[in-house]
Design a protein around this ligand. Sequence first.
Ligand SMILES: [Fe+2]
Length: 367
Amino acid sequence: MKQIQSACPVRSDHPLSKAADIAYIRLGRKNLGSATEYYQDFGLDLMEKKEDRILFRGNSSDLPCWSLEKADRDFLIGLGIYVNSLDDFERLKALPNAEFLREGRINSIPCVTLIDPSGLPVDIMYVSEEKNKNQVDPSKELWNYPGESSRANLPRSYESRPAKIIRLGHAVFFKQEFLKNASWYCDTFGMIPSDIQILPGSKEPVIVFLRFDRGETLSDHHSIVIASGVTDSLEHCAFELDDLDEVAKGREWLLEKGHRSSWGIGRHLLGSQIFDYHRDPSGMLVEHYADGDKFDNSVPTGIHLINRKSLYQWGEDMPKDFLDTKLSLRKLLELWKGILSGRQISIRVLMELKKVADISPRTWIKY
Ligand SMILES: [Fe+2]
């Protein structure tokens, strides 16, 4: 294990709850029309269309996982989280400053809203474990392996269509106050740091991959990722697909429709997902993935150095603009606002992170 200089997020001995899964993401969008068209091409199922809000779902649930809401700017409004225990729900509901919405926020499930340390609203809903099982028919696709031909005498079929999205898998958030926010998700929802990445020089932790603690039941390697950032913002969201073939088919469809690809296809290192990143009309990154790691609560936290190469084991070259390290005026203003409001922001850490992110993952590529 690498030596760490600073305090790291850790799993809590006595969390307020043990949440079960990420439920939804709410996004403000200036242009609902283009966003709606895009996310249908991306593979989400349109389930409700109102003038000021569009709801989408994946194939594994009849509950919405993606809410686009009319706004005067493109931004992250909030996120939703499921708990499987009514006791946990009541405990969170009793917290000071918790807001209770009997009618629910974007579905009809009663929800409690807490505000995370960055000011982001987090809706918590109780659903039974049964409801939250993400019932999915296993892929019917057959694969031939050397010595084991499941697809004997059958050519691989092909149809041109959007990817079939199973579910919302994870969201990655930049936070000005890394440790405070990461610890809040561990202490409030019982999340377990699956892996932590530290800077090569100062050994400061800057990214944590958090999974839900469902005991012996498997959870995604990460459902929420907290990364040290200049602003509080959403970096990307990822949606689970059946397999590599589905990821590639989804890519073909998006490219055919003239949408912007960002990075892929490749396989991540931490979490192991086969990934393919695209940008929605607002420029936000969204990911199709398959074959991610699934851990129960017995796997200890891994500590790793961070660099661009640590993001993937194989794949297309990472484009230079994939990690947005440019300091725009808007970002600098938000940074200044954060400092003025008394936030514990380490400029030294942000500078070191930017330096690391600017180094090409493959030395033979000249940026
Ligand atoms: Fe991802």
